[in-house]
Design a protein around this ligand. Sequence first.
Ligand code: HEM
Length: 451
Amino acid sequence: MRAGLRSIPRAPGWLPGIGHMVPLSRGPLAFLRTLKDTGDLTRVHIGTMPVVFVNSLELAYEVMVTQAGRFHKGRFFDRLRSLVGDGLATSDGATHRQHRRLMQPMFHQRRIAGYAELMSARARELADSWVPGQTLDVGKVMAEWVVTTLAATMFSTDIGKPAAEVVQRNVPIIIENLLTRTVSPKILDGMPIPANRRFDAASRELHQVIDEVVAAVRQVGSDDQPDLLSTLIAARDADSGERLSDVEVREELGTILFAGTETTATTLAWAFHEIARHPDVESQLLAEIDAVVGTRPVTFADMARLPYLRRVIDEVARLHSVTLLMRRAIEPVEIGGVLLPVGTEVAFSLYALHQDARVYPEPQRFDPDRWLPGRGPEVRQAFLPFGAGNRKCIGDAFSWTEITIALATVLSRWQLRPATETAPREVAAAVPRANRLAMTVVPRRPSNTRG
Ligand code: HEM
């Protein structure tokens, strides 16, 4: 007989009525990392709601791929949907399948090669804006650069320009408050506190400007340089011939803005930190960039010519992966010998799974060479920074292109040095971020000054 939910061991730190709120609020990341000590499956109680945590990559792969049809996205996403609308990250079933098909062309290789030009130009602007000796708050600088670059890729035409500006102003406000709102009861949404007011005003302004741009593009069409917006508006379902409605376009654009900014910016910020902390990695990387790129602009074709940079980014992504993914069983499902009833909430942490010493020896060591051909982990499903299966990140190639171009461009001109002795602390977020990353920019060449 298959075991039931109650056979799954409960994580340490449980208290009646509040479940695991104490370890979750004291040190959520450390708590996630230790869950595997209780076994491949662990019960965690968020208040009174039990959540089954999957602590092995093999079983997480089952949830994401092999048994994906038995799951929807779950409670966290129900709440998220009520805050940001029903985009690709929150929709399920037939709607998700149809929208995914419609959105795929936005992320085709050919399109990404086009966005790469813009990314490269924007990376040069960023590198041009610094002066020798300047100290940067790297997390903040990367967050601003990523959101403005995504906005520029989304709304590259003249009609879209006003939207790009509103996005730059409002998306950071929404992201800052989104996590707190998602985990708070819905009833608190209406409370007239400053955080709620700022969130609501930013959402309203964002909706309004996207609606105006969508209407304008529908009316006059866009020029022949397709941006994310015009590709989405033009998308037509191959089977039904249907197109997305204005509201659907807005919700999908909003989803891309939330899903694609914080994750990419945090990965980039950690990359600068890890490279600076490992001089041997840095010198090998700079030698590769100098040989391949020199001082010219980085191109899409360079992506394939920078294998060491690729390994560095993979290693950054392994150590700094998405904190938490969630699902809910929509039919009874057997995982790891346990029968989960309909409605069971299931979660797993790519961040914790990618630091499992059973798969990655010395998991805390930053070692890009663990990705040398023939040396990676043995199991195929061991490295999943973008998830897998039908819900796999649609922006994976987009963000790898963006991160590669930003790093190669900046590092061809500057070295970033930690500005303080104190090591940064990890703070829970969509991808755990550094509490503070102050770094000083040092020119690599004598001529490398402003402009
Ligand atoms: C380093 C950067 C990024 C990381 C680590 C990342 C990670 C992920 C992961 C793990 C998922 C799967 C969620 C799940 O299974 O529940 C996901 C989904 C998604 N990501 Fe990303 N992402 C990144 C960048 C981007 C970018 C740049 C975009 C858009 C331009 C984007 C758009 C999305 C969307 C729309 C989904 C939902 C897909 C679906 O459910 O069909 N992401 N991302």
